[in-house]
Unconditional design. Structure first.
Length: 131
């Protein structure tokens, strides 16, 4: 069943660029199987009485950064990911959109109205720090 229980768009914040007029949305493309199971409480684990193994959604990818035109109500472009999204986006006045992925690598796209140029190489020099 698609999307799975976390949904196609979960709590991760999206961002809007007044320059491009686009909304940058971190989305999930995750499906699941569902089977009833014996309900046994285990601390720190969902207590739903069911098993729901995750599966890649249509197209075989698990996450996608989508540039969405809210006026035309259509996807303008996207960047697919082999992992689900678990972070938000930040759009700057300089035309950049930043986000992080599950392996904790920062990502960046220089965004325009019709296309994007994404740069991953610089991310190897950046480091996340714990607060």
């Amino acid at each position: 069943m698609c999307p799975n229980l976390i949904g196609g768009k979960n709590w991760q914040p999206m961002s809007y660029s007044p320059q491009t007029g686009l909304v940058y949305i971190p989305t999930n493309n995750v499906c699941m199987d569902w089977a009833v199971s014996e309900v046994n409480y285990r601390k720190g684990v969902f207590y739903l009485g069911a098993e729901f193994p995750t599966l890649p959604g249509p197209g075989g990818y698990l996450g996608e950064l989508m540039a969405w035109d809210p006026v035309a109500q259509k996807k303008v472009w996207s960047v697919k990911s082999d992992l689900p999204f678990n972070g938000g986006t930040l759009t700057t006045a300089g035309g950049l959109t930043f986000w992080g992925d599950l392996p904790r690598r920062p990502r960046c796209c220089a965004c325009c109205r019709t296309d994007r140029w994404c740069h991953w190489a610089a991310a190897r020099r950046w480091r996340w720090t714990s607060a």
